[in-house]
Ligand binder design. Structure first.
Ligand SMILES: *Cc1c(COP(=O)(O)O)cnc(C)c1O
Length: 375
């Protein structure tokens, strides 16, 4: 079998040991004579997996006791609506920092959900330059550009813009905004668990699993118990965050196989040295690719400002679209897949999530150098 060098943005590469473990356990899970996906979600075999996934999240991130770790469905896109449904009171406004396409979507859904419940959502800060087809996002904001109103329901940020390759806190000069008493809410779908972070700085964090920690179908939430308790009670139970919080994320049938795979990925992550080792490796991988781009500046160009360049999604352009098409076609012949930029922005995007091996990045960097020299 020839495994591809998978640079997809999401669903993305999974660690081979996590997949191999699934293969070994597929037909006979924990000597039960059944696959884990055939087990009741209330049985002891599945429950052990469920509990282990949550315990590993707590351990890897050092999640404080005052926070719930929840597993829900619907993708990060559902959370775009579910977060305001829970947290925006009647007459209150939620505020959004928009630094890319996912922030735009979060805002748009936030507006619809908040309006339905007698609240509102608005932009606190955007880093967009240009209009319409020419609109670009090249950076996260400086702390001084973001002011949350003291009575805002929350301030929402997208920690890593997967399409535009723009990320917070890669450089110390671009921290997450300080919000005082206003809860900071972050969509961390494409950079969750690439490194350790201080959970207590956030009121709520959510992340779809399929970028960096597992297959699609699972969303991880870290949310302060205080926010869960304050959440609205006049919305359907299935959307209230207290429902998974009060039922160990087992109110209804969870995506058991997806959570099982998340468990496998987290166990692998812990076994490889945890988040400190992963951060060092991820920074090296991204630096290798940006290094090739910068050293070949007459050929490659990264549109993103240096201080905001994503460690997870490295985006760059070639001298023309014809060059970019050839680059992608040739990379495929070398078993590298997923390098085409998002259709809305074009160019090249190499996603370098945790499971993307340093050797693949080295092969890609060598190919980039050779391609530029051929010109
Ligand atoms: C992929 C992505 C989403 C959407 O995730 P779904 O699971 O498809 O709903 C949201 N936000 C960010 C930052 C993403 O990368």
């Amino acid at each position: 079998m020839n495994r591809k060098r998978n640079f997809n943005a999401g669903p993305a590469a999974l660690p081979l040991p996590a997949l191999e473990r699934a293969r070994e356990e597929l037909l006979d899970f924990a000597k039960s004579g059944m696959s884990v996906m055939e087990h009741s979600h209330r049985g002891k075999e599945y429950e052990a997996v469920h509990d282990e996934a949550i315990a590993l999240l707590r351990e890897l991130l050092g999640v404080p006791e005052s926070y719930d770790v929840l597993l829900v469905q619907g993708g990060a896109s559902q959370l775009f609506a579910q977060v305001p449904m829970n947290l925006v009171e009647k007459g209150q406004t939620a505020e959004y920092v928009v630094s890319g396409a996912w922030g735009e979507k979060a805002l748009s859904e936030g507006k619809a959900a908040a309006a339905m419940l007698g609240g509102a959502a608005r932009v606190a800060c955007t880093t967009a330059v240009g209009e319409g087809k020419d609109k670009k996002y090249l950076r996260v904001p400086l702390p001084s550009e973001v002011k949350a109103s003291p009575d805002a329901a929350y301030l929402h940020v997208t920690s890593n813009e997967t399409i535009h390759g723009v990320q917070y806190e890669v450089d110390p000069s671009r921290p997450f905004p300080a919000t005082g008493k206003v809860p900071l809410v972050a969509d961390m779908s494409s950079d969750f668990l690439w490194r350790k972070f201080d959970v207590s700085r956030f009121g709520l964090v959510y992340a779809g699993a399929q970028k960096n920690i597992g297959p699609s179908g699972v969303v991880v939430l870290l949310v302060s118990k205080e926010l869960v308790a304050k959440g609205r009670k006049d919305i359907p139970k299935i959307f209230q965050l207290r429902t998974p919080a009060e039922n160990k994320s087992l109110y209804n049938t969870p995506p058991t196989f997806g959570i099982y795979m998340v468990r496998n990925v987290l166990a692998w992550l812990k076994g490889t040295g945890g988040l400190a080792a992963m951060e060092a490796q991820n920074r090296k991988k991204a630096a290798r690719l940006y290094g090739v781009v910068d050293r070949n500046a007459s050929f490659y160009r990264c549109p993103v400002e240096k201080e905001s360049r994503s460690v997870m999604n490295v985006v760059f352009r070639l001298p023309s679209e014809q060059y970019e098409e050839r680059f992608i076609a040739e990379s495929k012949k070398r078993d590298m897949v997923g390098l085409k930029g998002h259709r809305s922005v074009g160019g090249i995007r190499a996603s370098t999530y945790n499971a993307v091996q340093p050797e693949w990045v080295e092969e890609l960097a060598a190919f980039m150098e050779e391609f530029a020299q051929r010109g």
